[in-house]
Design a protein around this ligand. Structure first.
Ligand code: NDP
Length: 290
């Protein structure tokens, strides 16, 4: 079944999405603020609209993939959305997604928000591992599922329109810690007689083995018991962290990427939780309610 759709936003990601739908035989109407950026997809069979309003008028299914929440607001502000299935694949915060859902509902549109867990080269490539978190209208998701599954896998995470963004940002936040760790590890070994290409598989293998920590943390958080299944307790880990800091010092490397987390571990230890797992630091993260 060929589902016609409208795509607003032809940056790196929008272009990759549009190309995947065109290749799967779906008629695509496109619009981009800078018209020249539409040319590659027009060459591949897309229909170009001269305004966002004209593009939205062309099809019931409308996908936005713009820079940020503000650009979505700017693009859709004067557009008639009545009866549209609006799918927003622009990265934003949960609150922005919820506000956009209310705004779309007030204009008579059904709404689904998406968080893309892929980079453009993974789009439209089966088995690439890329997928999109979706949240919002379950009815819209079920009805449009096949079309939405063309660019990447689909993972629906709930009716709350903010949940796709929340899942997306939670995963990206965890990745940030991992990338910080990779940068610190390379800083430690750099300048020694250690080949980066020989070190990399050791690092990747270790990080992969350590991902089991996510499952253990889930079990402890679910049971409200940070001592469950503890192997290396907090007291031991804080003691061992002295070696991490001393080695950074010896290698002439700043410990600034490690310190925020190590400081939280020390605070948790000082509060008497030495027998627990490091998972307990989550108790220190909620901001006090003003
Ligand atoms: P690009 O910077 O390549 O493209 C940005 C797009 O937004 C362009 O089409 C640009 O139009 C448009 N835009 C910016 N400001 C406005 C505005 N005020 N009004 C109308 N249009 C505007 O970004 P990507 O395509 O890479 O990313 C798009 C979305 O996808 C982002 O939210 C990003 O976070 C998300 N994403 C991207 C990934 C990636 O690896 N690239 C990975 C996962 C998610 P113009 O051409 O006129 O400047």
């Amino acid at each position: 079944e060929r589902t016609p759709l409208t795509l607003l936003g032809l940056g790196a990601m929008g272009t990759a999405l549009g190309r995947s739908w065109l290749r799967a035989g779906h008629p695509v109407t496109v619009w981009n603020r800078t018209p020249a950026r539409a040319e590659p997809l027009v060459d591949e069979g897309a229909t170009v609209a001269t305004s966002a309003a004209e593009a939205v008028a062309a099809n019931q299914l409308v996908v936005t993939c713009l820079l940020d929440d503000a650009s979505v607001g700017e693009t859709l502000t004067e557009v008639d959305l009545a009866g549209r299935d609006l799918v927003n694949l622009t990265t934003g915060t949960p609150a922005q997604a919820r506000a956009l859902a209310d705004w779309a509902a007030a204009r008579g549109a059904r709404f689904l928000d998406g968080g893309i867990m892929a980079v453009p080269p993974m789009i439209g490539v089966p088995g690439s591992g890329g997928y999109v978190f979706y949240s919002g209208s379950r009815e819209l998701f079920d009805r449009r599922r096949e079309t939405l599954a063309v660019p990447a896998g689909t993972t629906y995470v709930g009716e709350d329109p903010g949940f796709a963004a929340l899942h997306d940002v939670a995963l990206l936040s965890a990745m940030t810690g991992m990338l910080a760790g990779i940068a610190h590890a390379f800083a430690l070994v750099r300048g020694e007689n250690i080949a980066p290409k020989e070190f990399a598989p050791l690092l990747a293998g270790w990080l992969t083995a350590m991902t089991a920590a996510a499952h253990k943390a889930a079990d402890q958080i679910e049971h409200g018991d940070y001592s469950r299944g503890v192997v290396s307790n907090l007291a031991m880990q804080v003691a061992a962290s002295g070696t991490l800091l001393d080695t950074a010092e010896e290698q002439g490397v700043s410990a600034e990427l490690l310190l925020p987390y190590l400081n939280l571990m020390e605070r948790r230890l000082a509060a008497g939780h030495g027998d627990e797992d490091t998972t307990g630091v989550v108790e220190l993260l909620p901001k006090p309610v003003p």
